[in-house]
Ligand binder design. Structure first.
Ligand code: AMP
Ligand code: MG
Length: 420
């Protein structure tokens, strides 16, 4: 799919919203799908809407252990005595038809016998050998789960784009789907650039650091919907960067690099992108993360992230993650934002929108408080490790005093272990 013309406009610094919109306009959803067995479907994106093939539950059944009876057949509840004519177990229905003054012993999940419409709980009867006496009045239709009370045949069971979670696998199984048709895995190649980088297994010489970006990207991309391809470390060399981009563009739908995207003498990424493909934009007015290149090389979409690890994580969350979700066809909501009272002072110069690392907690009265963590430098990854939210400060914000209200984006991990 070709990108709309306006993607080709020369761009200086875009606002975050402009950059997000531009990426959304450019990247198309994948059209390839595959069938996967249910047990392999968690975290995959449902590629078609599914309707219920039959009512759920499929037959009226008992919500309690008790006795099934026909309510209209009991005249006087106080001293009604009914004959127990059989038993309906879950999976072993009773196939007789109880008449007036008759009932059927029944257990939770067992089919309600024809002719019965009500279940009285076993605690509410007095059992006398083959009879029961009702110790309480019973309401008509009580303790019966009617067929289709959850969903009717033909109604929408799950919508296209649903990222399948544990509950969805159960829902699919209950409706008899042994497989799910999902978007194929998105192939994402990633590499680090920088002459100073050493793999974690190798000792450091003076002036060198370990490559942390590739490991945190591995963590961010470790997701069932993604096939991540680690392409290693690429030196600060124009030819090497070009070759790495070219190779990755032949293997992947998406390429992510870190570092070398600025305008220093050792920054070759943007120029390599311009030579091999097309720079859609470069520079986004967010902190951390200002140098950020987006473009394409052949069929692959390219995200050139900054080198500093916090900037990698923040730009991944703000700009890459929404694009990946769009490509895999996932229903995606914007990240949840909450208001919190800031208990610490936050330094911020007006100009760029800023995402600071924070720790929030409930204040016990239905609201939230947050503190900014020490070490807000974009090289200080420990702040990200200790944070449970980002504090979102608008471009015009000129600093925060204790007691001010701020917006936060909590890191949610209730269902998804990874952040995608
Ligand atoms: P650059 O954008 O290449 O100028 O890098 C900016 C900063 O990020 C420099 O301090 C780099 O050493 C650092 N950096 C770049 N890549 C990585 C990496 N993979 N892991 C850790 N730090 C990095
Ligand atoms: Mg570098």
């Amino acid at each position: 799919m070709e990108c709309p013309d306006r993607c080709a406009e020369p761009a200086n610094s875009l606002t975050l919203e402009e950059a997000q919109a531009r990426i959304r306009e450019c990247v198309p959803p994948l059209s390839d799908v595959e069938d996967v067995p249910l047990k392999q479907a968690r975290g995959r994106v449902l590629a078609e809407s599914l309707t219920a093939p039959f009512d759920l539950p499929p037959f009226p059944n008992s919500a309690m252990d008790g006795y099934a009876l026909h309510h209209a057949g009991i005249s006087n509840h106080a001293d009604a005595s009914l004959t127990v004519i059989g038993t309906s177990f879950a999976g072993k229905p009773y196939d007789g038809v109880p008449g007036p003054r008759e009932c059927v012993r029944i257990f939770t999940g067992a089919a309600i016998p024809t002719g019965a419409d009500t279940v009285i709980m076993q605690e509410d009867v007095i059992r006398e050998t083959d009879n029961i006496r009702l110790a309480k009045t019973v309401t008509a239709l009580a303790n019966v789960r009617p067929a289709g009370d959850e969903i009717r045949r033909g109604e929408c069971l799950l919508e296209q784009g649903k990222v399948l979670q544990a509950a969805d696998l159960g829902v699919l199984a209950s409706a008899g789907f042994a497989k799910a048709t999902v978007t194929r895995r998105l192939r994402v190649a990633f590499f680090s650039t920088g002459d100073e980088l050493r793999p974690v297994e190798e000792p450091l010489d003076f002036g060198q650091i370990h490559d942390s970006n590739r490991y945190l990207l591995h963590g961010l991309l470790d997701d069932p919907a993604i096939a991540a391809l680690d392409r290693g470390v690429v030196p600060d060399d124009a030819a090497a960067v070009k070759q790495a981009l070219l190779d990755a563009s032949q293997q992947a739908d998406v390429i992510i690099s870190t570092g070398g995207v600025s305008v220093g003498d050792a920054d070759f990424v943007t120029s390599a992108l311009a030579e091999l493909g097309r720079v859609e934009f470069w520079k986004v007015a967010v902190k951390p993360g200002k140098p950020f290149a987006f473009g394409r090389i052949g069929p692959a979409w390219f995200f050139g992230l900054p080198g500093n690890p916090v900037a990698v994580m923040v730009t991944f969350r703000l700009l890459v993650r929404p694009a990946l979700l769009r490509m895999i066809g996932a229903q995606a909501r914007p990240p949840l934002r909450l208001r919190a009272i800031c208990r610490s002072q936050l330094k911020k110069a007006p100009g760029r929108m800023e995402f600071q690392r924070g720790q929030f907690e409930a204040d016990g009265e239905g609201g939230f408080t947050v503190i900014g963590l020490a070490g807000q430098g974009s090289h200080q990854l420990l702040g990200m490790s200790r944070a449970n939210c980002l504090i979102v400060l608008g471009a015009g914000n000129a600093g925060v005093k204790p007691g001010d209200s701020v917006e936060i984006e909590p890191f949610l991990e209730f269902f998804q272990l990874t952040s995608l």
